[in-house]
Design a protein around this ligand. Structure first.
Ligand SMILES: [Zn+2]
Ligand SMILES: [Zn+2]
Length: 215
């Protein structure tokens, strides 16, 4: 598994980065991005710490740990500047918390995340076809999520991605150790979202491609 959206106790996850990475390796992950929730109050506090721990862990473990961030519940007008600031601080994967069906995420977040050039638009809910086309044009990956609640939008995202050719990535949005998934559970999530085994392979290749662009 490659999983590019997870949380540690630097936001609302349960585990220290070192333990999350250890547990991910234990169940067979090859790479994991640590993408804690941030707004302008904590971005500069979280990112340098994730950069440091990922660098340290990568010296000692076969799994690859990647420092990232999930920009969450920002007024859409703040997103572009925050994406830029996150990258400047060293975030290698910038996720934006999209317009999930289960939270009052500000309308316009999906559009701004795409235009700002986030790497991954997480759980984009009832994203419009125009936005999905724009995501394809801007090379922004749309997320299929294993997380309960957010996953209510998976079928819609799959339908529009199939229609437009937009590219998908599978993530867990892990907050606690039991949210990490094996490949066989990933296949169940994918199948339940209306996709097939080869789509899981394609999504893992998309994740790998995103990682190959990193320094
Ligand atoms: Zn999120
Ligand atoms: Zn998340």
């Amino acid at each position: 598994m490659i999983d590019l959206h997870t949380h540690t106790l630097f936001s609302d996850g349960e585990l220290l980065p070192a333990e999350l990475v250890c547990r991910a390796e234990e169940i067979g992950y090859e790479a994991i991005a640590l993408t804690d929730h941030a707004d302008s109050s904590n971005l500069d506090w979280i990112v340098p710490r994730l950069v440091r721990v990922c660098r340290d862990l990568n010296r000692h473990r076969p799994i690859r740990a990647i420092p990232g961030i999930e920009l969450t519940h920002l007024p859409p007008g703040m997103i572009a500047a925050m994406v830029k600031e996150a990258r400047g601080l060293g975030a290698q994967i910038v996720v934006v918390h999209g317009e999930t069906l289960v939270e009052p995420v500000p309308p316009g977040t999906n559009r701004e995340a795409i235009e700002a050039g986030a790497d991954i638009l997480a759980h984009p809910g009832l994203i419009t076809e125009g936005e999905v086309i724009r995501a394809k044009e801007r090379h922004v990956f749309l997320e299929i999520t294993a997380r309960q609640g957010h996953s209510l939008g998976n079928g819609h995202v799959v339908r529009l991605a199939r229609k437009t050719g937009a590219r998908l990535i599978l993530n867990t949005d892990t907050h606690s150790p039991d949210n990490l998934i094996t490949r066989s559970f990933a296949l169940k999530v994918v199948t339940g979202s209306g996709l097939e085994a080869e789509d899981l392979q394609r999504m893992m290749e998309n994740s790998r491609e995103l990682l190959s662009r990193l320094p």
